[in-house]
Structure formats: structure tokens, C-alpha cells
Design a protein around this ligand. Structure first.
Ligand code: HEC
Length: 103
């Protein structure tokens, strides 16, 4: 009985964590951005070439005004041109942390 109670507490804690916005690691987000996003977006101040008509990550960061939730929900349900990237929740959290660090 005690074991069951413990298991229930652990699993509800795990659910609580899964629901909270993941903190995200900006360094990991930068690596993901350089790999998956740099083909279209200028993802860092060091990057010189990209599609001229696509917003840079700095501009996106500026525009978002620190609203991590809407960035995360955009990336969870991405724009059609990047539909097949298929980011995990953790990757989304890392990317949001990275983009937000550019402000
Ligand atoms: C194939 C090109 C392409 C790739 C790859 C790409 N994007 Fe985009 N992205 C665009 C275009 C074009 C737009 C603007 C049109 C739109 O919103 O649908 C855009 C818009 C965005 C926006 C919204 C900007 C706004 O208007 O507020 C975000 C955030 C974003 N991209 C993040 C990313 C991230 C993160 C990645 C990498 C995981 C990525 N994009 C990869 C082409 C791309």
C-alpha cells in the first residue's frame, strides 16, 4: 500500500514537471539552431549568410519581448516550411532559451 502511494506521488510529480515550461539550455539551443535553422534564419550575430527575407533570431527575440510561451508554442506547431523538423519538447525549450538570450 505504501509503495503504491509513493508511486502515485512520484508519477504526479513527473507530470507536474512535464507540464511546466522546460527551462532550456541556451548552448544546446544554439547548436540546434545552427544545425536546423541556419539554412533560412540568421541564428547568431556571428552568422553572415542566410535568406535575406527571413527574420534573424535576434529580430525574433526582439519581437517576442521575452514571451517564451508563445515562442515555444510556435515551435511546437511550426510554420509549414519547417514542418518536418519535428522538435522534441526539450529541443523547443533549448531553442527558446537560446533565442531569448539574444535579446
Ligand atoms: C526552410 C526555411 C526555414 C527553416 C529551416 C526554419 N525557418 Fe523559421 N521561418 C521561416 C520563414 C519563411 C518564416 C516566416 C514565415 C512564417 O512565419 O511562416 C519563419 C518564421 C519563424 C519564426 C516566427 C517569427 C515571427 O514572425 O515571429 C520563428 C520563431 C522561427 N521561424 C523559428 C525557427 C527555428 C527555431 C528554426 C529551427 C528549428 C527555424 N525557424 C527553421 C523559414 C524557416
Amino acid at each position: 500500500m505504501h509503495r503504491l502511494g509513493f508511486a502515485l506521488i512520484v508519477s504526479s510529480l513527473a507530470l507536474g514537471v512535464a507540464h511546466a515550461q522546460p527551462k532550456g539550455d541556451p548552448a544546446a539551443g544554439k547548436r540546434i539552431a545552427e544545425r536546423w535553422c541556419a539554412g533560412c534564419h540568421i541564428v547568431s550575430p556571428q552568422q553572415r549568410t542566410g535568406s535575406a527575407d527571413v527574420l534573424t533570431f535576434e529580430a525574433i527575440a526582439e519581437k517576442s519581448g521575452g514571451d517564451r510561451d508563445s515562442l515555444a508554442s510556435f515551435l511546437t506547431d511550426p510554420h509549414p516550411v519547417m514542418a518536418d523538423i519535428g522538435l522534441t519538447r526539450r529541443e523547443v525549450g533549448d531553442l527558446v532559451a537560446y533565442i531569448d538570450s539574444l535579446r
